[in-house]
Design a protein around this ligand. Structure first.
Ligand SMILES: Cc1ncc(C[n+]2csc(CCOP(=O)(O)OP(=O)(O)O)c2C)c(N)n1
Ligand SMILES: [Mg+2]
Length: 340
């Protein structure tokens, strides 16, 4: 869902219902992709966004199609929220023809330039520096657009985080940094490896306006994002949104989370954003049946995406280097015309 005319008001039930649908679509995508990973249809690893859906959804609802986002290794939710097609994304995860990156990227390299999704990224913090580059290009070209970069809490301990924030402030770039603080960096509690008061204080150290929000409350994220994005769009320079959430799943889908205290996940899952949003919608005039049927529709859409991905073929191996890099003359095996 993107906000084309910038006139929708936050906290209106009809608007929140749309955000609910987007969150359900993300949840369904993540649950089904775990099933398909376990069944052997997806290779590599997948980082799930379960429990964090309100952040990408609430932020992207305030972006225009012509705005850009940069994501990270946990990028499925950001991509769906920005408008990428879940079927093409599922094809990408399964390495099939029709995948968003031509089946060459997989889960960590989903990109869809047609909706301003400039890329997920397996290298921590590289989305930040690329996002700053995109924002600089916007200024140089005089384009009417802004950039949003999603960054994990653990990643705020990497050097490029500081380079990006510094450069963005020096050039007063049109960029919003969104820090998703899910408490963990892989198997480490982020607080235990982070000096000082945390991401908000670090952003403020650069003179950047920085704000904190309950990242499991889609209404709150939507309202704060609307405010900050309007400021960035209005020439207010870089802003920083810090959203507190919880990584419900392991770092990757295979992670059994043996490092976590027993019962922590179950306790924190009680606060997950989709249930909270459903409760808010019911308190604000929606029928339970409408909520259930919206959720069912999301799962049906993803089930269809999975079926379409399984039906799609694998790319011809001759195309392995197309659109990737110039490696010089083709190797003999690239000329034989054989299938993958
Ligand atoms: C430069 C770099 N160093 C280390 C890694 C391995 N790695 C992948 S995700 C991750 C933790 C990231 O934590 P955080 O930024 O909090 O994001 P989250 O996974 O919690 O969403 C690490 C260390 C990497 N991908 N890139
Ligand atoms: Mg984290």
């Amino acid at each position: 869902m993107s906000n084309e005319n910038d006139t929708q008001r936050t906290n209106e039930p009809a608007r929140i219902f749309e955000l609910y649908k987007t969150m359900c679509l993300i949840r369904a995508f993540e649950e089904r992709s775990e099933d398909e990973f376990d069944a052997g249809f997806i290779n590599g690893s997948i980082h799930q966004y379960i429990g964090e859906e309100a952040i990408g959804t609430g932020v992207c609802a305030n972006l225009r199609d012509t705005d850009y986002i940069l994501s990270n290794h946990r990028g499925h939710g950001h991509s769906i929220a920005k408008g990428a097609d879940p079927e093409s994304m599922m094809k990408e995860l399964m390495g099939r023809v029709g995948g968003t990156s031509g089946a060459k990227g997989g889960s960590m390299h989903i990109a869809d330039f047609s909706v301003g999704m400039l890329g997920a990224n397996g290298v921590l913090a590289d989305g930040l520096t690329m996002g700053v580059g995109a924002a600089q290009a916007i200024c140089l070209r005089g384009v009417d657009a802004i950039v949003t970069v999603f960054v994990g809490d653990g990643t705020t301990n990497r050097g490029p985080f500081y380079e990006a924030l510094n450069w963005a402030m020096v050039y007063e770039l049109p960029i919003l940094f969104v820090c998703e603080n899910n408490g963990y960096a892989s198997s480490t509690v982020t607080r235990s490896i982070t000096a000082g008061e945390g991401p908000v204080a670090r952003a403020k150290a650069f003179g950047m306006p920085a704000f904190d929000v309950d990242g499991n409350d889609v209404n709150a994220v939507d309202a704060l994002a609307a405010d900050l994005i309007a400021r960035v769009r209005g020439g207010g320079g870089p802003h920083f949104l810090h959203a507190r959430t919880y990584r419900v799943k392991g770092h990757i889908s295979r992670d059994k989370m043996l490092y976590r205290p027993e019962g922590e996940t179950e306790e924190r899952f009680k606060d997950e954003p989709i249930g909270r949003c459903a409760a808010w919608l019911i308190a604000n005039g929606f029928e339970e049946a409408e909520i259930v049927s919206a959720r069912d529709a999301a799962y049906a859409q993803i089930d269809a995406a999975v079926a379409a991905a399984k039906d799609a073929s694998f790319p011809n191996k001759n195309l392995a280097y197309a659109d990737v890099q110039d490696f010089g003359p083709p190797e003999p095996w690239q000329q034989d015309g054989g299938a993958a």
